[in-house]
Write a protein that binds this ligand. Structure first.
Ligand code: ADP
Ligand code: MG
Length: 415
């Protein structure tokens, strides 16, 4: 997933969302985004130096969309955009959280009195992690936390997973819990599912916790096996652009839940545990057994999408990176026509980018807004960016935000 609960509505230019490229020049908070600035901000908020600074990235999914709740495959990569967290352990059980990215001051809680029902707003993400760690029987007490993130919120780039994974990684070190990155990811997912109340899959947190530089992460969401797949963009003269459409369309009655229920219905009709178990070779016969046209489309997307993940991995392993372009575009068409989760802005990114010479493009994330990715030859990056921006202007849309997606490292301690 695709942790993109529907129903946020409108543009997502809330505090915390910002142009990652313009971020270093952010006049409101001097100094480049980095551990020194985050540590200094912690000092200003809490009056003492932090015990350390940690980083956890946002992510984009290269291919494998809506497959994660069908036990399927995903292939995300970590972004250079990161949530930085300056943190210290506290002996008195008090949990204080503060973000430089949202208005409002320090939120003060007690680590031993956290309840999922208490809607603490954004603080629910870090508080949920403390809750999930304690629920898992781990000895975690109080802490002071200060966040400073360049992951735009609500753009489908997983700013929420970045917060969760940064929190779990910091507490893992501060409380010497000895958790592996995969376990940290599961703690983050549990926080988001059970404490914040967002029914996301495991992809976002796994990407943030486990990705490595220069790679995409092949994750089998059934058994959580993973493999780092080399994704050599720069070496091959290529760029992957993230185009944030800056819209998030309201879809009132839970489009995500409907798709999910439709997938489950398809699996039931076909007598399989999950749609992942429908072989690509048997797709035609499987579709013949489904009467409901909508469910047929959902099934066709999931089965062909899992196949596309395998195709992309095969091409990357063979060093044929440019050839993944058409597979990305095929994935978009499937999301648009079969899974019906695209929107006019996302379609326009794909169409205008491809018309301007991109190798391929697709929406990424849950859909109905958020971001698209575009694979281009480095030499064409500027022209394609201009073409997409121009197309948005001509359509009367606000200018999209375009930034390069360099496959980056997962969560780590910085200081
Ligand atoms: P996405 O994960 O796709 O960016 P979500 O809706 O899942 O979108 O998560 C966004 C929410 O996460 C924000 O509304 C906010 O509550 C929280 N959040 C993300 N980044 C920050 C931040 N830097 N400071 C405070 N809250 C944040
Ligand atoms: Mg999220």
């Amino acid at each position: 997933m695709t942790c993109d609960p529907q129903g946020e509505g409108g543009a997502h230019d809330e505090p915390g969302a910002r142009d990652p490229q313009a971020y270093a020049g952010d006049g409101a908070r001097p100094g480049a985004h980095g551990p020194e600035r985050t540590a200094a901000a912690f000092h200003a908020v809490y009056g003492y130096a932090p015990g350390g600074v940690w980083a956890a990235p946002g992510r984009v999914n290269l291919i494998g969309e809506h497959t994660d709740y069908n036990d399927g495959f995903v292939l995300p990569l970590a972004l250079p955009h990161t949530a930085l967290l300056a943190a210290s352990r506290r002996a008195d059980g008090v949990l204080r959280v503060h973000s430089g990215d949202v208005p409002g001051g320090v939120v003060e809680l007690r680590a031993d009195a956290l309840t999922p029902a208490a809607d603490g707003g954004w603080a629910g993400y870090p508080a949920g992690v403390v809750w999930a760690l304690r629920e898992a029987g781990l000895a975690v007490g109080g802490a002071d936390l200060h966040f400073d993130s360049t992951v735009p919120t609500g753009a489908g780039l997983s700013s929420s997973a970045a917060l969760e994974v940064a929190t779990a990684t910091a507490l893992n070190d501060l409380y010497a819990l000895g958790l592996e990155p995969q376990r940290i990811a599961r703690i983050g997912q549990r926080a988001e599912n059970a404490f914040v109340g967002v029914p996301c899959g495991i992809m976002d947190q796994t990407a943030s916790a486990c990705c490595t530089e220069g790679h995409a992460l092949h994750l089998d969401t059934r058994d959580l096996r993973q493999r780092q797949v080399p994704f050599a963009l720069a070496a091959e003269g290529l760029r992957l652009l993230v185009v944030d459409t800056r819209v998030k369309h309201e879809l009132g009655d839970g489009a995500y839940a409907k798709r999910r229920a439709g997938c489950e219905q398809g699996a039931r009709t076909l007598g399989v545990r999950a749609l992942r178990d429908v072989p690509y070779e048997g797709l035609g016969a499987a579709l013949d057994r489904i009467e409901d046209g909508t469910v047929r489309g959902l099934v066709r997307h999931i089965v062909t999408e899992n196949r596309r993940v395998e195709e992309v991995i095969g091409l990357l392993d063979a060093g044929e990176t440019p050839a993944i372009g058409p597979v990305l575009t095929a994935g978009h068409i499937s999301l648009r026509d079969d899974f019906t989760v695209s929107c006019a802005e996302l379609d326009l990114v794909v169409e205008s980018a491809n018309a301007a010479g991109a190798l391929g493009a697709r929406m990424t994330g849950g859909g109905f807004g958020g971001s698209a990715i575009v694979l281009v030859e480095e030499a064409d990056a500027e022209a394609v960016t201009k073409a997409v921006t121009h197309a948005f202007g001509a359509a009367g849309y606000a200018a999209p935000r375009v930034s390069p997606a360099v496959p980056s490292a997962g969560a780590r301690r910085l200081a």
